[in-house]
Design a protein around this ligand. Structure first.
Ligand SMILES: *Cc1c(COP(=O)(O)O)cnc(C)c1O
Length: 418
C-alpha cells in the first residue's frame, strides 16, 4: 500500500479528526522510524511522549511476546497478578498508596474527577451541601471526554460540544492572586499539569504549586496532578511534582506507561481511596494482563538502565543547546521545560509550522504545539549525538526561514520605497 492509497482510503472512510503528516511508517528501531520507502527519521516526538524506550526495545518485546502467549484479557471480575505488581512499583515511585487502572489519559483524568466528587460527598455527609466546583488552569489539557474536556481550557476543543460538565473555573497560569480569588469552600479539587504539555511546555512556578497545595488543604479540597505527559521519568524525576517537593492527593499517568499499549492509571492516598466501593467505578479493558506486563517491563527498565538520571542529563544538555540557539536566533522567544520535555517558543505560528515541516524534510520528527511552540519529546534513550543532529538541523532551518523572511521584508521595503 502506498501513502497515496492509504490517504485516499482514510479520506473516504474515517472521521476527519486528524491532520496527518504525509508519511506512512512501517517500522521503528531505537530512536528511529522507517517509512514505506525505507527512509529513516529521527523521532523527537515519541508518539507524543508514549514511546519512552524508543522502538522495538528488547525488554518490551520480551514482555509482549511472553505475556501474549499466556493471557491477554481476563476482565476485572477475576484476579491476575499484573495489577498489584504494577501498583506496587507505581506507589513506591510516587509515594501514593493505591492505584486504579484504565485505558487512556482522559479516562485516568475522568476517574480523578469522579474520585474528587466522591470524596467531597463522603466528607460532607452531615447536612452540608457537598463541594462540587473544580479549578483548572488556563491553557490546560486534560483530555477529550466530557469531564476532562470541561477541565480543558482550549476553546476550539470545547465549543462544538457545549454544554460541558458545569462547575469548572479557570485560573490564570501561575497567578496566585487569581487562584486565591477563585478558591472557596465549594471547590472539591484543583487540577493542574505540573508541566503543561499541549499548553506549550510551561512549568507551574514553585510559588504557585505551594499556594495550590496550601489552599487545597485549607479548603478541604484535593490537589490533582495530571502527569499524563510529564510523569514517569519524562522530566528527569519519576514525577514532575517531585521537583517541587509537593505531595498531590491524586496523580494521573498514561502516555508512556505501557510503552505504546493503551494504559492509564490514577494514583491516590489511602484516605481518598476509602470513599470508593465496588460498583462505583470500573472498566472492561483497564489493567489487563498484557498492558500490565508491558508496563512492569517499562518501569523495571527505567530502574535497571538508570534512565531517569539519563533523562535529566540529556534534558539539561538539550536545553542548554536550545538556549545557545536562542542567542543566535531572535525568532526564538523562549526556551522552556524540564528534562526531555522541552519547548522553544517562536515569534510566529507560521514560522513554527514551516520549521517543523523543514525538520521533517530533513528526516527529523518534532511537533508544534500551542501554535507557536516547537515541542521536543524524544525517547528517554536518546544520546548527545542525536541531540546535536537535531540542534544543527534546527539551526539551519531557522537560518533559512529567517533569511527568507528578511529577504521578503527587504523586497517589500524596496518596493514601497521605490
Ligand atoms: C495526552 C494528555 C491527556 C489525554 O490523554 P489521552 O490518552 O489522549 O486521552 C490528558 N492530560 C495530559 C496532560 C495529556 O498530555
Amino acid at each position: 500500500m502506498s501513502l497515496a492509497s492509504v490517504a485516499q482510503a482514510e479520506a473516504k472512510l474515517l472521521l476527519p479528526t486528524y491532520e496527518r503528516n504525509p508519511l506512512l511508517f512501517e517500522k521503528g528501531r531505537g530512536v528511529y522510524l522507517f517509512d514505506a520507502q525505507g527512509r529513516r527519521y529521527l523521532d523527537f516526538l515519541s508518539g507524543i511522549g508514549v514511546n519512552a524506550l524508543g522502538y522495538n526495545h528488547p525488554a518490551i518485546r520480551k514482555a509482549l511476546v511472553e505475556q501474549s502467549e499466556r493471557l491477554v484479557h481476563i476482565s476485572n471480575l477475576f484476579f491476575h497478578r499484573g495489577q498489584s505488581d504494577l501498583a506496587k512499583l507505581l506507589t513506591e515511585m510516587s509515594g501514593l498508596d493505591r492505584a486504579f487502572f484504565c485505558n487512556s489519559g482522559t479516562e485516568a483524568f475522568e476517574a480523578a474527577l469522579k474520585l474528587a466528587r466522591a470524596y467531597a460527598r463522603a466528607k460532607n455527609s452531615n447536612g452540608h451541601r457537598p463541594k462540587w466546583r473544580f479549578l483548572a488552569l488556563e491553557n490546560s489539557f486534560h483530555g477529550r471526554t466530557f469531564g476532562s474536556l470541561a477541565a480543558t481550557s482550549t476553546k476550539k476543543y470545547r465549543q462544538p460540544f457545549a454544554p460541558l460538565m458545569p462547575g469548572v473555573s479557570f485560573v490564570r497560569f501561575n497567578d496566585v492572586e487569581d487562584l486565591k480569588a477563585k478558591f472557596d469552600s465549594k471547590v472539591c479539587a484543583l487540577c493542574l499539569e505540573p508541566v503543561q504539555g499541549e499548553g506549550g511546555i510551561r512549568a507551574v512556578s514553585k510559588k504557585f504549586f505551594q499556594a495550590a497545595r496550601a489552599l487545597a488543604q485549607e479548603n478541604g479540597a484535593l490537589l490533582i496532578a495530571d502527569e499524563i505527559q510529564c510523569g514517569l521519568g519524562r522530566t528527569g524525576k519519576y514525577f514532575a511534582y517531585q521537583h517541587y517537593g509537593i505531595a498531590p492527593d491524586i496523580v494521573t499517568v498514561a502516555k508512556p506507561l505501557a510503552a505504546g499499549l493503551p494504559l492509564g492509571a490514577v494514583l491516590t492516598t489511602e484516605a481518598v481511596s476509602r470513599v470508593i466501593h465496588p460498583g462505583m467505578h470500573g472498566t472492561t479493558f483497564g489493567g489487563g494482563p498484557l498492558a500490565c506486563s508491558v508496563a512492569i517491563a517499562f518501569l523495571e527498565t527505567l530502574e535497571r538502565e538508570n534512565l531517569v538520571r539519563h533523562v535529566a542529563e540529556m534534558g539539561a544538555y538539550c536545553k542548554d543547546e536550545l538556549l545557545t540557539l536562542q542567542e543566535r536566533h531572535a525568532c526564538i522567544v523562549e526556551v522552556r521545560g524540564l528534562g526531555l520535555m522541552l519547548g522553544a517558543e517562536l515569534n510566529s505560528a507560521d514560522l513554527a509550522k514551516s520549521v517543523a515541516r523543514s525538520m521533517l524534510n530533513a528526516g527529523i520528527i518534532i511537533n508544534r504545539t500551542h501554535e507557536t511552540v516547537l515541542r521536543f519529546l524524544p525517547p528517554y534513550i536518546v544520546s548527545k549525538k542525536e541531540i546535536d543532529h537535531v540542534i544543527q538541523n534546527l539551526d539551519r532551518a531557522l537560518s533559512q526561514k529567517q533569511g527568507k523572511a528578511v529577504t521578503a521584508a527587504r523586497a517589500r521595503h524596496l518596493k514601497e520605497s521605490s
